[in-house]
Write a protein that binds this ligand. Structure first.
Ligand code: SF4
Length: 463
């Protein structure tokens, strides 16, 4: 894979003393982020780099000197939303021609030429492994009005980890920490290995350092992120070791992770989860399909039977486990009977949450060379059927929680009633309780009393 930096115009020698403005503060940046938690984490990493280089931040694109759009292309809908935003940026450029417009993320990586050709007001297109160049490139572009049209492409290293940069924390008790970047799985429907490159794990000491720095800023709940966290490997330490090391940091109350792969998750990890009370009993294990032929066509090298065995093991080792998954319906050649296998698997597992999608063709993938032959109305009908099932199961799973005693982590005042706290259970269910001298970041033992929509009302229990 080639990582790249592409500009509309000329790239000059980097400025040595970037960003100082006559009025005493640096230029203002606005970042619009699309997609998954990895993208959110990347945007926060970029914010740290830009802040260190003297840039400030605007809360609206209209007020910014630099507008960056961090794009996602895992689903067609995410890509369409991001490209729709690009179209809107032309008005921003017209009102202020010196405003710098930059496109980041997976769409930038995969479609750089198309973006530069179709959106001439875009100044720079930068892939996920080239963000370190951003401060210099932005400074160059900002002080040099758009010059000679043309492309300039720089191939950078393929092993970027950003492990020396702590993503800018926006407050609150929860933070994302990326532990592994890229993916080696090459699922046939997924473009991520081509836009984010091959797997590379972050050194464990740098992960622990970042978590401790976040804890100093009030973070108590950490989500470890990676496209496939189960592949984590660093000097003989696997993901279970990494998870345990984070959980053992005294200032952290909770640790969670996302995403796992059914081919790589280990019994050791499940045992570790069950044995440590700070590791949340929450597992996101994408199944994608409940049919073995479709799983093979998706290049997901496990079977329905193996997946169900993993669920059984996970529930054995982790009491009160909450489960979530990703599912695609209407993959090329999926028959009604094959879809019914997915439906029956979801009924059997009874997920707490499921992220269900219609198949959409992604460029550069193996599946894009298959005939996308399931008619749109059939995809829609299958999706609706799954959503209806999942909503019913989610309601039942929530009702099963009533009267249970659990611990919630206080996140802040309830937005609807300042006399109440809002918090989350270890399974990430939202809960409100009356305020009674606690602080944000405290753990409180409660009994779940009533359910209103998806939010529980709870009462404290004696310790
Ligand atoms: S595991 Fe599959 S779906 Fe997930 S990022 Fe890797 S290739 Fe994409």
């Amino acid at each position: 894979m080639h990582e790249f930096v592409t500009l509309n115009g000329n790239l000059r020698e980097p400025a040595r003393e970037p960003h100082a403005q006559a009025n005493g503060h640096g230029p203002l940046v606005f970042i619009q982020t699309y997609g998954c938690q990895m993208n959110v984490s990347d945007s926060q990493t970029i914010e740290t780099m830009l802040s260190d280089a003297g840039f400030g931040f605007a809360s609206r694109a209209d007020d910014a000197d630099v507008v960056l759009v961090n794009t996602c292309m895992i689903r067609e809908s995410a890509e369409v939303r991001a490209l729709g935003q690009l179209a809107n940026l032309s008005a921003l450029k017209k009102t202020n021609p010196s405003r710098v417009i930059g496109i980041l993320g997976c769409v930038a990586q995969a479609k750089r030429k198309e973006i530069l050709d179709s959106y001439p007001y875009v100044d720079m297109v930068i892939g996920p492994d080239s963000y370190r160049k951003l401060p210099i490139l932005l400074e160059e572009r900002r002080i040099t009005p758009q010059g000679t049209p043309g492309l300039l492409e720089t191939t950078l290293l393929r092993d970027e980890l950003y492990d020396d940069i702590v993503p800018r924390h926006h407050g609150g008790v929860t933070a994302f920490v990326t532990i592994i970047r890229g993916c080696d799985k090459f699922c046939s429907f997924c473009v991520v290995p081509r836009t984010r490159g091959r797997e590379r794990s972050r050194p464990l000491p740098s992960i622990l350092r970042e978590v401790e720095m976040l804890a100093d800023q009030g973070v108590r709940d950490v989500m470890l992120l990676g496209q496939n966290v189960d592949s984590y490997q660093w000097e003989g330490r696997d993901f279970a070791d990494c998870l345990l090391a984070v959980a053992e940091l005294p200032s952290i109350h909770r640790v969670r992770y996302m995403t796992s792969h059914p081919s790589d998750i280990t019994e050791k990890l499940l045992r570790t989860m069950g044995a440590h009370e700070k590791i949340c009993p929450y597992l996101h294990l994408p199944v994608q399909s409940g049919n073995n032929r479709i799983l093979e066509a998706m290049n997901r090298p496990y079977t329905r039977e193996h997946y169900l065995h993993l669920i059984e093991l996970a529930r054995k080792h982790v009491p009160n486990l909450a489960l979530s998954t990703d599912v695609i319906v209407g993959f090329p050649t999926e028959s009604d009977a094959e879809f019914e296998d997915t439906y029956s698997l979801m009924r059997e597992v009874r997920y707490d949450t499921a992220f269900t999608f219609k198949y959409s063709e992604r460029p550069l993938t193996k599946a894009s060379r298959m005939n996308d032959d399931v008619p749109e109305e059939i995809k829609v009908a299958r999706l609706e059927k799954l959503i209806e099932l999942q909503q019913q199961i989610a309601r039942e799973r929530n009702l099963e929680q009533l009267a249970r005693t659990t611990q919630i982590l206080i996140e802040g005042p309830s937005p609807k009633d300042a006399a109440m706290w809002t918090g989350r259970t270890p399974c990430f269910r939202p809960v409100v309780i009356s305020r009674n001298g606690e602080s944000v970041g405290d753990l409180v033992t409660v009994q779940l009393k009533t359910l209103n929509g998806f939010t529980f009302h709870a009462e404290r229990t004696p310790h």
